[in-house]
Design a protein around this ligand. Structure first.
Ligand SMILES: Cc1cc2nc3c(=O)[nH]c(=O)nc-3n(C[C@H](O)[C@H](O)[C@H](O)COP(=O)(O)OP(=O)(O)OC[C@H]3O[C@@H](n4cnc5c(N)ncnc54)[C@H](O)[C@@H]3O)c2cc1C
Length: 566
């Protein structure tokens, strides 16, 4: 297991040598044949850089962030009396208002968060950072903050990409970040019931390490796996890279403890219950607006004895989608499914590096016919079941006109599944706009959603001389539909970079909702999506959420800037 990387103030932590793989090859070998992710040392291969310059109308340039020492930070607004009360409850060591603590808890990892910090703006930094060590301490601090008029923003790994940690408050009250890193242990393991009880500040790698001796795994692997916390996954309803197998985190939560200003709720009754509506669902996706998740009971499973990942080429995007839909209908979707559209397929081919990459690139190209699309699939489980599911799915894939590319493509994806975020800072340094967005739609509406989002982004980001690159893939499959993950690259407007993205994001969100997509499949609502929440759940739905918040958090201190519209 790699050493836990450090989260930096700007972006994603130290590069290259810290890139982790979940399942390194047992012989330690790297066949070096096809690397779907770019080499983190060079950020982008020369050819890809040239291609991007031409494609985007982008001139690579050096636009570094301001030095950390120059980031502007207003003095803490936490009153001395409030500080003393909190230190009395938690201990002096658990209340920090020094510059570094506040800066490292300023916002999350969205493009807008990074732009602000790179420009030296830390106006979203909390006034202090609290590090409680138990549910009792969290409950006590929530009661105290309610009385003191102090806003509380729970902080897990700080990887929110929707402004979930913005800490904004209409009443301009002091803000404390409640960092759950001290609550990071396995508290109980019930092997017969396949349940593990953990603290919310625990991260995926540490949990997998703790489960390994028992032959168990959680298996939830979002791309932010190295940094994000289990509490954060629950608070945002994250989705891992195993698209269908153990895709959604909310499916893995059997129960949790939610500390609120009005008291502590124990939610969820494994294995199943019909005792009224499931209140667990209120906490999942609550993004810190109802209180703090202080414990989770999670479903675990045996570690897969066999894994098999491979690449295919679908003749077209439409044919690829139709094949995935057939697989879904017959319950044959592989555990990992990632269908890239023609532009993302092309980008993957251009980024391919490593010894022998040219040979494989050539063969992939030869097998692409016209608008051929790269499809990475993977199966995990007992060997006999993996073999049987793979054989059945392969026959549906072939019937759909797909051509098998082999295991090297699949293994390369596994090796580099966590690598892309490490590039982001360098692409930003070079003057690029780099951001992602995601949605999901039924199989019937997905093609229209795909067209609408691409059109909107291209329309909003194309100006004289500038043309964005919009790359998309299907990342999660369901019987009823699939999610769509979109990456946008464009020449950054150095004068108005925030406005440039806000315009594009607004256009894309309006378009995907109008076409029938969901506001978010797994990134959550945060600040960025909240103006549209009523379109997703209806005005009455928003009122219901407000009523629950009013009961649990009458003073409105729990992360008031996110989820619920003004
Ligand atoms: C490079 C990158 C890749 C990503 N890949 C994925 C991906 O593959 N799949 C995916 O779903 N998401 C992904 N994300 C988004 C992000 O990692 C997830 O939303 C993750 O679940 C957030 O976890 P966190 O611990 O970092 O939470 P934070 O970012 O710290 O917090 C997120 C929100 O949850 C609240 N919160 C956090 N902990 C608690 C708690 N214990 N109780 C109550 N509220 C809490 C916070 O107040 C905030 O509103 C990615 C982000 C980045 C930057």
């Amino acid at each position: 297991m790699p050493e836990q990387p450090e989260l930096t103030i700007q972006g994603w932590g130290p590069p290259a040598d810290r890139v982790a793989t979940v399942a390194p090859r047992e012989d330690g070998a790297d066949d070096g044949v096809l690397e779907l992710a770019p080499d983190p040392d060079t950020a982008l291969p020369k050819a890809a850089r040239k291609h991007l310059s031409r494609q985007l109308g982008w001139t690579p340039r050096w636009t570094p962030p301001v030095p950390v020492g120059d980031i502007r930070l207003a003095p803490s607004r936490l009153p001395a009396r409030a500080r003393a009360v909190l230190a009395g409850l938690l201990g002096e060591d658990a209340v920090a208002d020094d510059r570094l603590s506040r800066l490292t808890h300023a916002g999350g990892k969205s493009y807008l968060d990074l732009l602000r910090r790179r420009a030296g703006d830390a106006s979203d930094a909390p006034d202090a950072v609290l590090t409680p060590g138990s549910t009792e301490q969290v409950a006590a601090l929530l009661r105290a903050c309610s009385e003191l008029g102090v806003v509380v923003v729970p902080f897990g790994g700080g990887t929110s990409v929707v402004g979930g940690l913005a800490g904004t408050d209409a009443d301009d009250r002091p803000v404390v970040s409640v960092d759950l890193r001290r609550m990071d242990a396995v508290r109980a393991l019930d092997v017969p019931s396949s349940l593990v009880t953990v603290g919310p500040g625990m991260r995926g790698p540490a949990l997998e390490q703790a489960l390994a001796p028992e032959g168990l795994t959680l298996g939830h692997l979002p791309q932010s796996w190295e940094f994000a916390t289990l509490g954060g996954y629950a608070a945002t309803r994250s989705a891992g890279q195993s698209s269908t197998g153990v895709g959604r985190f909310d499916d893995l939560v059997a129960g949790l403890t939610l500390a609120t200003p009005s008291g502590v709720l124990e939610l969820g009754s494994p294995p199943a219950s019909a005792a009224g509506p499931d209140l667990l669902g209120l906490a999942l996706g609550s993004e810190g607006t109802l209180g703090v998740i202080t414990e989770l009971r999670l479903r675990v499973r045996p570690r897969p004895r066999s894994t098999h990942y491979e690449g295919w080429s679908a003749p077209t995007w439409a044919a690829g989608l139709a094949t995935l839909q057939r697989l879904a209908r017959h319950d044959l979707l592989p555990d990992v499914v990632r269908l890239s559209d023609p532009d993302e397929t092309d980008a993957n081919l251009r980024q391919a590096t490593g010894a022998g990459a040219r040979v494989l690139r050539g063969s992939l190209r030869a097998r692409r016919r016209g608008d051929g699309c790269l499809l990475v699939v993977g199966w995990e489980g007992l060997p006999t079941i993996v073999r049987a599911r793979r054989a059945a799915a392969s026959s549906v894939l072939r019937d759909g006109g797909a051509v098998r590319l082999g295991t090297r493509v699949g293994e390369s994806w596994v090796r580099h599944r966590f690598a892309a975020p490490y590039l982001r800072d360098r692409l930003l340094d070079a003057g690029l706009l780099v951001e992602t967005l995601e949605t999901a739609a039924t199989w019937t509406t997905l093609p229209a959603v795909y067209d609408a989002v691409r059109r909107a982004l291209k329309g909003a980001l194309s100006t004289s001389g500038r043309r964005p690159l919009v790359l998309a893939h299907v990342s999660h499959g369901y019987a009823t539909g699939a999610s769509l993950y979109v990456t946008v690259l464009a020449d950054r407007d150095d004068d108005l970079p925030i406005q440039q993205w806000l315009t594009a994001k607004r256009a894309a969100t309006d378009a995907l909702l109008a076409a029938g997509g969901t506001l978010t499949h797994h990134h959550a609502v945060g600040v960025d999506h909240r103006p549209w929440l009523a379109q997703e759940v209806g005005p009455l739905g928003v009122d219901v959420l407000r009523a629950v918040k009013q009961r649990l958090d009458p003073q409105g201190i729990c992360n008031p800037g996110v989820l619920l519209p003004d």
